[in-house]
Design a protein around this ligand. Structure first.
Ligand code: PEP
Length: 320
């Protein structure tokens, strides 16, 4: 657990990834040594269960979805890990009834109406003339416990901006849904040294909307998926050091801008070309609390192996 929530860490976040990673490692190292001596108050690192999400995106048909669910049910994802799979909307109901507990189901999106000029409009109902959309209200009605929001494919292909994603998160929380909210930078933004600025802006929109929305809350039910756009579906995975540095920065931001309690309780997943071969190395990092998996989640055996990397994580952070 890192404890060193100092302004210098926050300042360092905009530094190039390698030096930031080094800074984080130094801080982690010194925090661990101090913890061993019992001298330091531990103020960071997640405390929640490892969580692995499978984002099936717009893939599959009746036969392949049935086969995938059967294979997941027959497999072994390990213990002490939350597993959430997100089929396309048409197959959500099937997954809800056929997927064995404790594996859970997520939708890949939920509608929120926010274009009304009336700023006091509190989204009490999402029913209406929104052709093709599915609302958080409907997900709640169907008993869908999770929703993925703000995936970069929706941001880039469908034009969802930070505010819209923030409103969707706040509204989904209002309906009691647990949320995986995706954040992450493009390659251009990373190369320009803007990674953390981009992510903090995305997080700010979520925090503001949750604050603004009556009966919405962050709690421990908002999972953040850090998904660098350049690593999604490209086979180009971010290094453990790059991911750890960003996750530590996110956790620090939560501490400074939401609360220390939320910063500890929030699970931060990494997503971007995670597979059965690289998951264990990534899982060793203290602030990687799970994965959001695209391509490899369509193969039950590979996905189960990724879920089982939870054991490596707990061991690495001394929670085995
Ligand atoms: C994703 O789309 O959320 C994702 C991480 O995809 P992939 O694992 O295929 O890179």
């Amino acid at each position: 657990m890192i404890g060193l929530a100092s302004p210098s860490l926050t300042r360092g976040i905009c530094a190039p990834a390698r030096s930031l990673a080094a800074l984080t490692r130094r801080r982690l190292g010194s925090a661990r040594n101090a913890r061993d001596r019992g001298a330091l108050q531990i103020v960071s690192e997640g405390t929640g269960r490892f969580i692995v999400g499978g984002n099936w995106k717009c893939n599959g048909d009746r036969a392949s979805v049935t086969a995938l669910i059967e294979a997941l049910n027959g497999g072994d994802v390990g213990d002490n890990v939350d597993v959430v799979v997100a089929p396309p909307f048409l197959y959500v109901d099937q997954a809800l009834s056929e997927l064995k507990s404790p594996m859970q189901v997520a939708a890949q999106n939920a509608w929120v109406e926010y274009t009304l000029e009336d700023e006091t409009h509190h989204y009490d109902s999402d029913s209406g003339a929104f052709t093709g959309e599915v609302s958080a209200e409907m997900l709640e009605d169907m008993g869908v416990p999770w929703v993925i929001l703000g995936h970069s494919e929706r941001r880039t292909l469908l034009g969802e901006d930070d505010t819209m994603v923030g409103k969707k998160v706040a509204h989904a929380r209002f309906h009691g849904l647990s949320v995986i909210v995706c954040v992450g930078e493009s390659l251009e933004q990373r190369e320009a040294g803007a990674t953390m600025d981009v992510i903090f802006k995305q997080l700010r929109a979520v925090a503001d909307e949750i604050d603004d929305r009556e009966h919405s809350s962050w709690g421990s039910q908002v999972v953040i998926a850090y998904e660098p756009i350049w690593a999604i579906g490209t086979g180009k995975v971010a290094t453990p050091e790059q991911v750890q540095a960003v996750h530590a920065g996110i956790r620090q931001w939560l501490k400074d801008n939401v609360s220390e309690e939320v910063s500890k309780a929030t699970r931060i997943q990494y997503g971007g070309s995670v597979n059965e071969g690289n998951c264990e190395t990534l899982a060793r990092e203290s602030d990687i609390d799970g994965f959001l998996v695209g391509g490899a989640s369509l193969d039950a055996t590979k996905f189960a192996q990724i879920c089982k990397s939870s054991a490596v994580h707990y061991k690495a952070v001394g929670r085995a």
